[in-house]
Every structure is written in C-alpha cells, then in structure tokens.
Design a protein around this ligand. Structure first.
Ligand SMILES: Nc1ncnc2c1ncn2[C@@H]1O[C@H](COP(=O)(O)OP(=O)(O)O)[C@@H](O)[C@H]1O
Ligand code: SF4
Ligand SMILES: [Mg+2]
Length: 319
C-alpha cells in the first residue's frame, strides 16, 4: 500500500554465538502505515528488541539478517552503512528505555540537541537553538532549563527530553523500546499522552515495544504478539484483544484480566531457548490445547479475519 512506512517480509535475525545461531527473529511480517502505531508485545527474550534494532540498523556485527525490511521501499537490511546512518536519527529515531544511559552527564541538555541536529543538517546555530526550544517546549520543558545537566532532571523529565531529542528532526518513524518501563505509573501515563500527541501533530508512525498489554490497548492501532522469535498473532488491536485466536495471546490476556480479581493466572512454563527452539509449534510445550501434530509440524500463518493473522493449527476452533 502506498502509505506504508515500514514493511517487514519474512524478516529473520540470527545472532552468532558459541552455542550456535540464536533465532531471535525467525520470519516476521507486518505493515506499518503512516501515522499508525504498531505495538509489539511478548515476554522477555521473545525477540522484541532485536526487531527494533533491525529497524534501526544497530545489530551487532556478524549478525545474519534475511528477508526484507522496507522503509519507504528501501530495504534497510541491504542499505549501505552510510545511507543507514543518514536515515537514523533523521528519518527513523529511537527512544530508549533508560535515558540516563544515553545522555552524557557532562553535556547540557542544549548541547545534546545541538549535536543531534547538526549531525544531520547544516543549519545555523540560531536555527538549531530555535528548534531545540520548540521541541522541548512541546514536551513541557521550559527554555530556562536548557543549560541544565541530565542529573538535574527527574526520571520522567529525562524521558521527555529523550523523546524531544528523538523527534527534533521530525522523523517519519519512531521506535520506542520499553519507553516507560523505568517510570512510575503517573509519569508513564504522561509519556503515553505525549506519544499520542506527537503522532497526531507530526503524523509519525510509531513502533512501540513493550511487555505491557494495557499500554498497547491504549496507544496502538495494530499489535504483533511475539513468542520465540515469531509473531504468533497480528492484527488490529481491537480484534486481537477482543477476539484473540492464538492460545498464547489468550493466555497473556487472561493473566492481566485475572490480576484485577487477585487471582493471578499466568502461562505455565518458560519461553524456549532460541538456539534450539521446540520442533513444530514453538508454543507447544506450554500450550493447554496441544495435539500430536503441534509437536511435529510448524503451523502456517493464516488470515482468519481481515488483517488478523494467527499461527496455530487449530486457529479455526478459537474463532
Ligand atoms: N547480541 C546478542 N547475541 C546473542 N544473543 C542475543 C543477543 N541479543 C539478544 N540475544 C538473544 O536473542 C533473543 C531475543 O532477545 P531480545 O530481542 O532482547 O528479546 P526481548 O527484547 O523480547 O526481551 C534472546 O534469546 C536473547 O538472549
Ligand atoms: S499449534 Fe497447537 S500447540 Fe501451537 S498454539 Fe495451536 S494448539 Fe497450541
Ligand atoms: Mg527487550
């Protein structure tokens, strides 16, 4: 589709390790359109950050990448480093989980911005300052704080500064990897509102990585539920959350619903080792509905409703 900003087709990422290749992303496909937000949810180790790093082109050297990852039709996996570097920060930007690890303690906030802007565009110092003021103001950080150092801000403010730095170049795509995990609930709410406003104001697309299903329900248009390197379910958020198909998604949703009734039902077992993932359906060792075929044969990606896909032999039974 013409307004697709990011398109993944059978994306694979394999890390090289002493124990053998780690199949961290193992055949993921999705479309992210202009102005929309795709949420990626799943337990720790399911491959979410690897997916984000693939989009930003910041995977470690020696990592194998296969399939296609198209940003405005350019395949990010085969783009020369120089072009990728030009895209990064300008057209595609990243918000990190922990801003403190990314801000230089010896640089003022203003210096961080000036450095970011002038790395990408040759603008006058005055214009760079003006853009910095505007970006910070849109995050509720007053001009009077420009000369402050990172440690002089609260955690929530630092995260807002990071977001302002991410958007100061008006990127078309923002990748946020667990942007609110280190924050308390009130600040988390504020950050989410800011992300929503930004999307509306700039028409940015957002790839939002999180393990928080509540956030996905609030902020995202579509969601990919990731398990062991795969999207086991993918589709419009309302559809996936109201009428989940895959047993893993059903388990995840049940575990948050039951939180309210203080009866914590979590999915038994642990995610698999991605050096030697289970044969057949990767979820089979933990699936309450497992049948013989699940242990031997990998399920196919099936579109059960328009735009709503799942990876389960018995998806039809769960409609
Ligand atoms: N640099 C790396 N080298 C080898 N394995 C890695 C590396 N980074 C992540 N992994 C492995 O890849 C899998 C997916 O990790 P990650 O993408 O960080 O998942 P998530 O963000 O969902 O927690 C895990 O098994 C993790 O141990
Ligand atoms: S394919 Fe089988 S094991 Fe996998 S989720 Fe479906 S029912 Fe469960
Ligand atoms: Mg991660």
């Amino acid at each position: 589709m013409s307004d697709t900003v990011l398109e993944a087709r059978n994306l694979r990422v394999l890390y090289r390790t002493k124990r053998g290749p780690v199949h961290a992303v193992d055949g993921v496909s999705f479309d992210l359109r202009a102005g929309e937000t795709l949420g990626v949810v799943g337990e720790t180790g399911s491959g979410k950050s690897t997916l984000g790093k693939a989009v930003l082109g910041i995977l470690p050297p020696g990592t194998t990448k296969e399939g296609e990852l198209l940003f405005e039709r350019k395949n990010l996996l085969t783009l020369p480093d120089g072009q990728l570097r030009r895209l990064r920060g300008k057209e595609i930007a990243l918000i990190f989980q922990d801003p403190m690890t990314r801000l230089d303690p010896l640089m003022t906030i203003e210096d961080h911005f000036l450095e970011t802007i002038r790395a990408h565009e040759s603008v006058s110092a005055e214009e760079a300052r003006e853009r910095t003021r505007a970006a910070l103001a849109s995050m509720g950080i007053p001009e009077s704080r420009l000369k402050n150092y990172p440690h002089e801000f609260s955690g929530g403010m630092r995260q807002r500064i990071m977001i302002a730095m991410g958007v100061v170049m008006r990127p078309k795509l923002l990748v946020a990897d667990e942007p609110t995990t280190s924050l308390d609930v009130i600040v988390e709410g504020q950050i989410l509102e800011i992300l929503e406003d930004l999307k509306r104001a700039y028409g940015m697309s957002l790839l939002l990585i999180t393990h928080n299903l509540g956030i996905v329900a609030e902020v995202c248009d579509t969601v990919g539920v990731m398990y062991a390197g795969l999207f086991v379910e993918y589709g419009p958020v309302r559809d996936v959350f109201k009428r989940p198909i895959h047993p893993y998604t059903r388990g995840l949703l049940a575990s948050i619903i039951h939180l309210d009734s203080s009866e914590l039902v979590s999915i038994d077992g642990l995610p698999p080792d991605l050096v030697t993932p289970p044969a057949g359906c990767r979820f089979h060792p933990r699936c309450p509905y497992v049948q013989d075929v699940c242990r031997t044969t990998a399920p196919e990606w099936v579109e059960y409703r328009p735009g709503h896909f799942a990876l389960c032999h018995f998806g039809r039974d769960f409609l």
